[in-house]
Ligand binder design. Structure first.
Ligand code: DSN
Length: 421
């Protein structure tokens, strides 16, 4: 009994100080570094409360009021609230909030309408797409025939003419709009017209821009798409997880595909976090946040351009940008590493027609969602642009790196994060 009580009531620090100390170090890293990874954000503490709650103890396979376990009365209400909020926020007929991740959400949409051997038309990974859009090592390539579109060599924006001619040639069952590394607006109406012409379903993966869509800073794919998939942890600023929206006619099949098709028990702490995330994203303050994310990305892009960096497609319309580092004689791999040493977190990323390998790359992807959450504005974007330029101009100068690291820690301290932790 004593052991039981001790075990159940003990803190993480008391039970496993090794892990607790690493979590503390990660908190310190998040506080002192400038977070520019375009797919990351800082989730409100309230959402972390759900993520670390007793909901983790519960199984709830099935859907609200059709669960395969007893004791689901509270968790199914949470799930219903999450579903209703997602539908309202995005103006969708139906929402499934159970997918554990963006890839799983995409898998659910594909499996709902595609059979093995059907064709999927999506964006190439090395030109902005995602692994689950048909990468040779991904399940999509093992199950489906893949046709891939890219960007125009000159404008570095989506080549809609190519999408159209590939659609006519390959007659895909599903066309995917949406990207992981694409800094420009996506013309969903154009994608839908192409899909309609060849009798394909349009699935939009809005994971990166979901927060901008919710906050009115990017056109919504929902009216144009048969399915819309998304994660919740990126610009939407929610827990790590995903959801799928669809037209009413696909609702039953989609739900069956998610469970029992590809998942078992849903992650209830994440579903509660998603519910709160959708609530917060519907508030006027979130509209301001989404507008600031776009403004800050523009300011960072402008600052970097003025300092001589070439931006893929010449700039950004959303929360992210891709730097082409070739004229700086530095690879994405090295740039990511030295910037990290200087307190700026980003990720190497292929640029369109990149001559370097995927683990090296000529590009760097930067995003403004996380720094905007901290309250930074255009002035701070100017400071960060200068810091990036300083480091990448002297990547081997340890003195420069140390000085910038100190300045970035000061900048972080001026925008406190999780003060009560
Ligand atoms: N890996 C994510 C990103 O960083 O864009 C997408 O899932």
């Amino acid at each position: 009994m004593a052991y039981f009580n001790e075990l159940m009531e003990a803190s993480l620090d008391a039970l496993d100080s090794e892990i607790k100390s690493l979590i503390n170090k990660e908190l310190d890293r998040q506080r002192t570094h400038i977070e520019l990874i375009a797919s990351e954000n800082f989730v409100p503490r309230a959402i972390m409360e759900s993520m670390g709650s007793t909901l983790t103890n519960k199984y709830a396979e099935g859907y609200p009021h059709k669960k395969y376990y007893g004791g689901c009365e509270f968790v199914e209400t949470i799930e219903e609230i999450a579903i209703e909020r997602a539908k309202k926020l995005f103006g969708a007929d139906h929402a499934n909030v159970q997918p554990h991740s963006g890839t799983t959400a995409n898998q659910a949409a594909y499996f709902t309408v595609m059979k093995p051997g059907d064709t999927l038309l999506a964006m190439k990974l090395d030109q902005g797409g995602h692994l689950s859009h048909g990468h040779p090592l991904n399940f999509t390539s093992m199950i489906y025939k893949i046709a891939s579109y890219g960007v125009d060599r000159e404008t570095e924006t989506i080549d809609y003419g190519e999408v159209e001619s590939l659609a006519r040639e390959h007659r895909p069952k599903v066309i995917v709009a949406g990207a992981s590394a694409y800094p420009r607006r996506i013309d969903f109406a154009r994608f839908r017209a192409i899909a309609d012409e060849v009798g394909a379903f349009l699935m939009t993966d809005m994971a990166h821009i979901a927060g901008l869509v919710a906050g009115g800073a990017h056109e919504s794919p929902v009216p144009h798409s048969h399915f819309v998939t998304s994660t919740t942890q990126k610009s939407l600023r929610g827990p790590r997880g995903a959801f799928v929206l669809c037209r009413a006619e696909f609702a039953k099949d989609l739900d069956r595909t998610v469970f029992p098709g590809i998942q078992g028990g849903p992650l209830l702490p994440a579903i509660a976090g998603k519910a709160t995330c959708f609530k917060l994203a519907a508030e006027p303050a979130f509209r301001e946040y989404a507008a600031s994310v776009v403004k800050n990305a523009s300011a960072l892009a402008r600052g970097l351009s003025e300092l001589g960096f070439r931006l893929v497609s010449g700039g950004t319309d959303n929360h992210m940008m891709l730097l082409d580092l070739r004229s700086r004689n530095i690879t994405g791999k090295v740039a990511e590493k030295v910037l990290e040493e200087a307190g700026i977190t980003s990720n190497k990323n292929a640029i369109p027609f990149d001559p370097e390998k995927p683990m090296v790359t000529s590009g760097l992807r930067l995003g403004s969602a996380a720094v905007t959450t901290r309250g930074m504005k255009e002035r701070e974007m100017g400071i960060i642009a200068k810091a990036i330029d300083e480091v990448l101009s002297s990547p081997e100068d340890k003195g420069v790196i140390a000085r910038v690291r100190g300045r970035m820690a000061d900048l972080g301290a001026a925008f406190p994060l999780y003060e009560s932790m």
